[in-house]
Design a protein. Structure first.
Length: 158
């Protein structure tokens, strides 16, 4: 069963309803689940905003292992909460990109549960680093950025 809800969500957003198995005896979601939720949001961003399927990435031999995770936890999530995750992509022409996630309460978006920055690399299947963003990926980013500039941070122009 798909646990993500995209009803009334923008292309760069996913809504997640915590599962019973993710909570403790106080009905609080364990903070480690936020990493998995951010990963779901990032895959959704690539599929919905960049219009790239996971299958396409594998067929093209583009792999994106995580290099660095940064999470700032601000509030706990309880079982009854619906979690809204907004994602933006920071990119350049070089060997990595960073996904920025704001994890907040769907009913009260001013209540932030956490903020995440996840840096991913471009590698081959053998995990050899690609020094530049693959042309296919960069083309998809630029096409999406024309439509949705608010979802992107281009560090080539910084």
């Amino acid at each position: 069963m798909d646990r993500t809800l995209t009803i009334d969500a923008a292309l760069n957003e996913v809504v997640i309803k915590p599962r019973f198995s993710e909570i403790d005896s106080l009905s609080i979601v364990h903070h480690s689940r936020f990493i998995l939720w951010a990963e779901e949001a990032n895959f959704s961003f690539v599929e919905r905003v960049l219009a790239i399927s996971r299958k396409e990435l594998f067929e093209l031999g583009i792999y994106n292992p995580i290099q660095k995770l940064e999470f700032k936890y601000k509030n706990h999530v309880v079982w009854e909460d619906e979690v809204l995750i907004r994602t933006r992509m920071e990119y350049s022409q070089f060997a990595f990109f960073t996904m920025h996630n704001q994890i907040c309460c769907r009913k009260n978006p001013k209540k932030t549960f956490a903020e995440a920055r996840i840096r991913l690399l471009y590698t081959t299947k053998e995990l050899d680093l690609r020094l530049l963003t693959p042309d296919f990926f960069l083309m998809k980013i630029r096409e999406a950025e024309e439509k949705y500039p608010q979802f992107f941070i281009n560090t080539d122009h910084a």
